[in-house]
Ligand binder design. Sequence first.
Ligand SMILES: [Zn+2]
Length: 193
Amino acid sequence: MHVSLVIGHAGKPDRPSDRGAAYTHPSGVRLSEVSLVRRYADSIDVALLAAGHRCVTYEDGTYDERARRAKISGASCLLALHANAGLAGRSGQRGELFYWPGSAKGQALAEALSEALGRVVPYTVRVIPAEVGPYLSASRVAAVRSTIDGAVSPSVCVEPFFLDGEGADELVSDDYLTAIGKALAAGVIAWRG
Ligand SMILES: [Zn+2]
């Protein structure tokens, strides 16, 4: 199997300084979405390779360009990799997986990823269609859709944790990010069957 990974925010031609979500940890460490995503993306890559699969990572260009390149490459699926912020201690940690509304394949992939992630994280990883509803505003829907629009079918926007959610201390650890990457690889493999 050939899997496309998109590193969220990195290498945007129109916004080269975009590092995605950010949070200053109480220890003083500044967490940025791009650097955490790169670390768990590397773990996905290693785990897929070890299982005999191929992984291509897209780190530059507009999201549209990356979607087109991935589609042409003949990948089995695409994961748009992100991490979120915005809980600011108001509620517990959580994860979110977004698929294109109406895509049964996207939903199935997201559910396999959720199940695999659920084995390594102590919180709920929800599977959510990228459409306006009680859970998603129109602006958030547009942002989520831009990460998977026109890409390989199926594609999932992956937000496995919040930088400022409960347990964020652990998110800076290599062990945690490696476990998340391995779980995502296992989820893709389980989906493929
Ligand atoms: Zn993001």
